[in-house]
Design a protein around this ligand. Structure first.
Ligand SMILES: NC(=O)c1ccc[n+]([C@@H]2O[C@H](COP(=O)([O-])OP(=O)(O)OC[C@H]3O[C@@H](n4cnc5c(N)ncnc54)[C@H](OP(=O)(O)O)[C@@H]3O)[C@@H](O)[C@H]2O)c1
Length: 241
């Protein structure tokens, strides 16, 4: 049975990816950090809709390296990982602390790389492995007031380009999906004026929905996507492209 790990499955984009993959027959390891209730509800939804597949919750603080080996040991067989966890820090670069820099780097870059190191052999066994990062349009275009976030999202894209070359011979593809502004918890802090100003900049005139991002992640895990690797796919309603 094909199995995937979705990090940030308790988030809005991650949950949408989990639903899309479950619909396509995947068994899933559903990672979360603090939102146990959302994972409990998602698990029971998926278990009753797809009783022949398997769904396991996995809790891990992705700012704590110590948990990586326990995570890897609790995963028996795996064909794919989708990294869909994350957070940002708003403010001028001048006001950012060394701690904030370390936290963002660790969560978005170092921890995913440690997880990949720990799971690469398992993923390679299928000869048709898949790794997808949910990066950001800011990793391509950059954003003032989110300079650190843009930097680590850009690092994810650089990692995808380099690592895809290293593991191509193992049959593993590595790609990034770069969302624009998506209507999720991450943007819940925007007030009406901020939202209006943002929408004026987006050619399609609206924010995206989580399923408009999960669609592409699910496509990348399909068997027919095996010739696509080392790419970043921007899904931003034309914003910042
Ligand atoms: N929304 C957008 O406009 C947008 C645009 C571009 C890129 N993205 C990227 O898309 C991905 C998903 O974002 P989203 O919009 O779905 O955000 P979201 O709904 O806020 O979900 C964030 C996810 O990250 C997890 N997380 C946060 N801190 C964590 C930690 N210390 N350890 C482990 N997990 C942690 C959360 O887990 P718990 O809730 O369980 O704590 C949750 O599952 C992120 O990488 C984000 O950067 C989003």
């Amino acid at each position: 049975m094909k199995a995937a790990l979705v990090t940030g499955a308790s988030g809005d984009i991650g949950a949408s990816i989990a639903r899309g993959l479950a619909r396509s027959g995947w068994s899933l390891y559903l990672h979360y950090h603090s939102n146990q209730e959302k994972i409990r509800l998602l698990l029971s939804e998926l278990q009753s809709a797809y009783p022949e597949q398997e769904f396991y919750p996995l809790r891990l603080d992705l700012s704590d390296e110590a948990g990586v080996s326990a995570l890897a040991e609790s995963i028996f067989s795996l064909q794919a990982i989708v990294f869909a966890h994350g957070k940002t820090e708003y403010g001028l670069l001048q006001d950012m602390t060394s701690r904030q820099m370390d936290d963002l780097w660790k969560m978005h870059v170092k921890m995913p790389i440690l997880i990949i190191q720990a799971l690469q052999d398992k993923i390679a066994r299928s000869r048709n492995g898949r790794i997808v990062f949910i990066s950001s349009i800011y990793g391509e275009a950059g954003s003032g007031l989110e300079v650190l976030y843009s930097t680590v999202k850009g690092a994810q894209i650089a990692f995808v380009k380099a690592y895809s070359k290293e593991v191509a011979s193992l049959g593993i593809t590595v790609n990034a999906v770069c969302p624009g502004a998506i209507d999720t918890q991450m943007n819940a802090h925007l007030d009406n004026d901020e939202k209006e100003a943002l929408l004026e900049e987006i050619p399609l005139g609206r924010m995206g929905e989580p399923d408009e991002i999960s669609f592409w992640a699910v496509q990348l895990l399909k068997e027919n996507s095996r010739y696509m690797t080392g790419q970043s796919i921007c899904v931003s309603g034309g914003w910042l492209r």
